[in-house]
Design a protein around this ligand. Structure first.
Ligand code: CTP
Length: 220
């Protein structure tokens, strides 16, 4: 029997944070470094996939020649890049920590210090995974991530359903060594009818666990 691989498959992957500008020198962002997403991109590419990596601002650079990076800054830009590639991709992985809100207006000039309080009005960003979930075809497979601090499993299962995902990778900020900036991660993968828990591992090994389960699912 030939070994299962991602040869001939295209993987569309989002990674990193998004930065939502406030003025020319400031933005709203988060602590995502992109490490988990980039580790996944390498892992898919090593197993033969063509990877389109839509990445928010990070200090990381893909190594494998099978990875094409599309650099974006904001959630809107990430959505546009994902929309352009989604139809042609077999597998979607949403590993980015997308800012849920952005400033309603972006000041043209630096906001000067004045008064004791400053209010910035925010408007909701597009939910990329959920929007894509609405156009997912039967032969496409989608994977989301959930970083939770409480009600972890219930919240992740709700996201699985709401965003029409096939699996969701849950990491809890309560686990030591898991989450942003660490080289390690401790995940639980939740599917509609199954839950898989894994030990604390290097992110490269976590990527192998995730891709292994995806392979099992797409080959049936
Ligand atoms: N996601 C996305 N676009 C957004 C927000 C989230 O594509 N605007 C994706 C993430 O990449 C991840 C999944 O949705 O795969 C869950 O992200 P998360 O931030 O945990 O969920 P939210 O729906 O934003 O819920 P909340 O922040 O309220 O927990």
């Amino acid at each position: 029997m030939t070994e299962k691989s991602f040869k001939g498959r295209t993987v569309l992957l989002t990674a990193g944070p998004t930065h939502e500008p406030i003025d020319p020198v400031r933005f709203i962002g988060n602590h995502s470094t992109g490490k988990m997403g980039y580790a996944l991109a390498e892992c898919f590419a090593q197993q033969g996939a063509k990877v389109i990596l839509v990445s928010g601002p990070t200090n990381l650079h893909p190594q494998h020649e099978g990875i094409t990076k599309v650099a974006v800054t904001t959630a809107d830009q990430m959505f546009a890049a994902v929309q352009a590639e989604a139809k042609a991709a077999d597998i979607w992985v949403f590993a980015a920590a997308v800012a849920d809100y952005r400033p309603k207006t972006v000041a043209e000039k630096k906001i000067k210090k004045a008064g004791d309080e400053l209010t910035i009005e925010l408007v909701k960003n597009v939910d990329i995974a959920a929007a894509l979930g609405k156009q997912k075809k039967a032969n496409q497979f989608s994977v989301g991530f959930a970083l939770e601090t409480d009600n972890e499993s219930a919240n992740a299962s709700e996201k699985l359903c709401k965003k029409n995902l096939d699996m969701i990778v849950l990491n809890s900020l309560n686990d030591a060594g898991a989450g942003f900036a660490h080289d390690t991660n401790k995940i639980t993968i939740i599917e509609k009818d199954a839950t898989h828990t894994f030990a604390l591992k290097q992110k490269s090994e976590v990527a192998q666990d995730i891709t292994k389960l995806i392979l099992e699912r797409i080959y049936g």
